[in-house]
Design a protein around this ligand. Structure first.
Ligand code: SAM
Length: 281
């Protein structure tokens, strides 16, 4: 057991809780409560809180901290790995996150239904800046576009290393994530499959990235699988290269670069692929 393994950096000041503007009726989810510095402040302001903590020693300490207090009945501690835990309903998520699972936390929250209202999350500065990056920014990448497909993300404050005990090696930032409701009607695996290819070299044109090894084979296999599933004949003159070329040209994005494309551009490109029976997952 060591602090590095669990990313245990305790916040000296629980002020990030206030950024959530909790309502007395709110059901809150906290990832990694540790000794409970944020948890006790959350409990003052909400109806119910579930805290998922992987380190049993920390969970025990938190249990002790609320024992016999009126807040005790509001708190439900789940001891386990957040990534593998089935989540209960929640309105708001608050977390000084363990940085080693930053991406899994974000995508797990965004895939949760019903959709939550807001998440206030502490991340490593660089990760936070990728979440809020815009097309054309140097940090704009596949993470940025995949998250912004589902949510509006804002940077709300910088937090220096010395606000933690022990101080982590990196600077931190708090972001606010507000999921789009309703969510866009697109399968994440499809969108992610497209952005994976488009961002493989984000400053190269889309057409060039689709020429990478394995891409045509994947599209051809998916095309044929879909034909089989829909009991459709594969055209005699089917040529994946030609069809790919046609789709890219028709979409208008063949000569675009992922580094400059926004969520809508990727959605339009994906729609064009789907229209021609081409799928990424
Ligand atoms: N919330 C406390 C605070 O702000 O003072 C502690 C935050 S500390 C950065 C991260 C916490 O997440 C630690 O308590 C750690 O044990 C826990 N943790 C690490 N990996 C986890 C995982 N996969 N699932 C749940 N909790 C985890």
């Amino acid at each position: 057991f060591n602090t590095a393994q669990f990313g245990q950096h305790i916040l000296k000041n629980p002020l990030i809780v206030d950024k959530a503007n909790l309502r007395p009726s709110d059901v809150v989810l906290e990832v990694g409560p540790g000794t409970g510095n944020l948890t006790v402040r959350i409990l003052e302001k909400c109806k119910q809180c579930t805290a998922v903590e992987m380190d049993p020693r920390m969970a025990a300490e938190l249990t002790k901290r609320v024992q016999g207090k009126p807040e005790q009945r509001k708190l439900n501690i789940i001891v386990g790995d957040f990534v593998k835990t089935d989540l209960p309903y929640f309105d708001v998520c608050i977390s000084n996150t363990p940085y080693q699972i930053s991406s899994p936390i974000v995508f797990k929250l965004l895939s949760q239904r019903p959709i939550f209202r807001v998440a206030i999350l502490m991340f490593q500065r660089e990760f936070a800046m990728r979440l809020v990056a815009r097309p054309g920014d140097s940090l704009w990448n596949r993470l940025s576009v995949n998250v912004q497909l589902y949510a509006k993300v804002d940077h709300i404050m910088k937090v220096g290393r010395n606000n933690f005990r022990p101080p982590p090696l990196v600077e931190s930032s708090v972001v606010r994530i507000v999921p789009l409701d309703p969510p866009p009607p697109v399968a994440f695996a499809e969108f992610d499959g497209l952005t994976r290819i488009a961002f493989s070299r984000k400053n190269k044109v889309i057409r060039a990235n689709f020429q990478a090894k394995g891409v045509e084979q994947m599209l051809e296999a998916n095309y044929k699988a879909l034909c089989a599933q829909q009991e459709k004949m594969i055209p005699d003159d089917f040529d994946v290269g030609k069809l790919l070329d046609q789709v890219l040209t028709e979409s208008g994005f063949a000569e675009s670069r992922a580094s400059k494309m926004d969520v809508d551009d990727f959605l339009k490109l994906l729609t064009c692929f789907h229209k021609h029976g081409m799928h990424f997952a």
